[in-house]
Design a binder for this molecule. Structure first.
Ligand SMILES: [Zn+2]
Length: 275
């Protein structure tokens, strides 16, 4: 086993990195993460560069969600196409795809880290928080936003009359239906949770997610009544009104046209290719 220490001080990031060769791969330990990768697929400098960025993002996320972690999170860096996930690791570690920009798409490490820090059995709260955190501290150039902000998505969805009710969304299988049904479910949830964070702050939203881990049923109607003292209908209406008052821009207008024409995938692919 070979161990070597490196110090990187770029942009104030000066955490010592621990490189370890292990059977079947290499490991890079930074503060938040332990990156485990195959050196035949990823070069050391690629992982090191990515770890710097990831470390900064993780620190911001920890501060925002008031999370203190001791152990680094295991990140299995995989090449190939696919949405990253914490599910095979029971939400304690992650399989991270798209380490480097591949056809313009980046790895959603903030999204997956948010799941590990603060989870919920409710899909709208779980994926909504992760999507809102990826927008705030990570990158838009990943699933599900693919380069557009949550507000731009919402403007496009409102313009194309493709808004799905949250009570319906929490009962739907997001893998079903047309390709765009999946990113739409994520961005609606992300935008709603971003609205809750704006209105109630991360502490109250964090308590609401923790509450859903302990009490059932965890439907949004109940969560809103118990944790925010409001009906889901009222909060949902206010959120959508807030979105309506946001200005329309050319990207949202183009998305609206693509949604109406059923060509969202092609529209996003074109934007990613042009990066
Ligand atoms: Zn997720």
């Amino acid at each position: 086993m070979k161990t070597l220490r490196r110090c990187a001080g770029i942009l104030g990031w000066a955490v010592s990195l621990l490189w370890v060769s292990v059977s079947g791969g290499e490991e890079l330990v930074s503060g938040c993460y332990r990156f485990i990768y195959d050196p035949m697929e990823f070069s050391q400098w690629e992982v090191e560069e990515f770890s710097r960025e990831a470390e900064e993002r993780c620190e911001k996320l920890k501060l925002f969600l008031h999370v203190a972690t001791k152990e680094p999170i295991d990140v299995y860096v995989r090449s190939g196409q696919g949405v990253s996930t914490t599910v095979p690791h029971k939400n304690k570690a992650m399989d991270l795809f798209f380490l480097k920009p591949i056809r313009g798409v980046e790895a959603p490490i903030v999204h997956e880290t948010a799941h590990i820090f603060l989870d919920s059995p409710n899909p709208v709260l779980r994926e909504g928080l992760a999507t809102a955190m990826e927008e705030r501290f990570g990158t838009l150039w990943t699933h599900p936003t693919y380069g557009l902000s949550l507000v731009e998505w919402m403007k496009g969805l409102q313009c194309a009359e493709k808004i799905v009710g949250l009570a319906q969304l929490e009962k739907t299988d997001w893998r079903e239906g047309a390709w765009e049904a999946n990113p739409i479910a994520y961005v609606l949830s992300g935008s709603f949770v971003a609205f809750l964070l704006e209105r109630y702050g991360p502490e109250e939203v964090g308590k609401a997610l923790k509450w859903t881990q302990r009490f059932r049923p965890t439907n949004l109607e109940r969560v809103c009544e118990v944790r925010f003292n409001r009906s889901l209908k009222d909060l949902e209406r206010e959120w959508l009104e807030t979105m309506k008052s946001e200005p329309m821009n050319p990207s949202a207008r183009e998305l609206c046209q693509a949604l109406k024409a059923g060509k969202v995938r092609e529209f996003l692919q074109k934007r990613l290719a042009a990066r």
